[in-house]
Design a protein around this ligand. Structure first.
Ligand SMILES: Cc1cc2nc3c(=O)[nH]c(=O)nc-3n(C[C@H](O)[C@H](O)[C@H](O)COP(=O)(O)OP(=O)(O)OC[C@H]3O[C@@H](n4cnc5c(N)ncnc54)[C@H](O)[C@@H]3O)c2cc1C
Length: 258
């Protein structure tokens, strides 16, 4: 199988760097082909802007979505975007690996998502009508591919527990797992989280490697998170609200898991 790792850490000699090296080695040892988009090493351009469109006239105002659509459909996207899209087409599985910064991915990775997920590729896919609100949330270009987050946090596991002050980790990661990954069609595996990174020593590092290795060995066997699909009857369209009889009385992120 083909695995793309999109990796964001500015220092190779870091915990994330060590986990990234381990991940690549383990996947290759398991017979998979691996590509790494090391965003800092690539000097990845994070901001989405008018320079993302080749041969663009400056007469019309730049419109992030419509310019993206035009560039995608007409082969006018910036070359760095096209290269990453080809990696995604090639991949059977995507791993996003990053340190948690301000309750999300580092800005450089957010910029990878914003630019690589073009209109017609990451969104704006399929019929858009009052009966079918696009191929998304369980359908889309990434259908049939798997995805997993590998994230490190300074916060403790209890800080991200069900009553922890940071909010439950599944809620904190929901915009990435449900939004960035499930939206364009990935089957999303439970995240691999390394908490309390300031308390890492050799013994804990070995245990972390062992646990991550097991997850990587099971990349094609583990059960994805049961996010509800948009177009399979759970939601009223076009209101896109969960039907009253499902998860009755429940609100918030958790209601979107069946
Ligand atoms: C801007 C910013 C925002 C942040 N926001 C959040 C947030 O919202 N929520 C949150 O929980 N945390 C937050 N943090 C903390 C951040 O998530 C952690 O600092 C990060 O996850 C640590 O990962 P690292 O790869 O940088 O670790 P490093 O700093 O490289 O290493 C962490 C520890 O692991 C040890 N180590 C490294 N490599 C090895 C190895 N090979 N073997 C054994 N030990 C090793 C190091 O000695 C060190 O003790 C934030 C940090 C920053 C800078």
């Amino acid at each position: 199988m083909n695995v793309l790792i999109v990796y964001a850490h500015p220092e190779r000699r870091s915990l994330n760097g060590a986990l990234n090296d381990f991940t690549v080695e383990r996947l290759r040892a398991n017979g998979h082909d691996v590509q790494v988009s090391d965003l800092y090493a690539m000097n990845w351009k994070a901001p989405l802007d008018a320079t993302d469109v080749r041969e663009r006239s400056t007469d019309a105002p730049f419109h992030a979505a419509l310019d993206s659509k035009h560039a995608f459909e007409n082969g006018l996207q910036s070359r760095d975007i096209e290269i990453e899209q080809d990696k995604l087409r090639w991949a059977d599985a995507l791993i996003l690996q990053f340190p948690m910064w301000w309750f999300s991915m580092p800005a450089i990775m957010k910029g990878w998502v914003e630019r690589v997920y073009a209109y017609g590729f990451g969104y704006g896919v399929g019929e858009h009508s009052d009966k079918h609100w696009g191929d998304r949330y369980g359908e889309g270009v990434m259908s049939g591919k798997r995805a997993m987050i590998v994230v490190t946090t300074g916060g403790w596991e209890s800080h991200y527990g069900s009553r922890g002050i940071n909010g439950p980790i599944d809620d904190v990661l929901f915009p990435i797992q449900h939004g960035v990954l499930f939206y364009p069609g990935f089957d999303v595996l439970p995240p691999f989280v390394v908490y309390q990174t300031s308390h890492m020593d050799d013994a804990r590092m070995q245990a972390t490697r062992d646990a991550l290795g097991t997850r990587l060995d099971r990349l094609w066997d583990d059960t994805p998170i049961a996010f509800r699909k948009q177009n399979h009857g759970d939601y009223e369209i076009p209101r896109l609200t969960l039907r009253d009889e499902l998860a009755a009385g429940r609100t918030g992120f958790g209601a979107h898991i069946g």
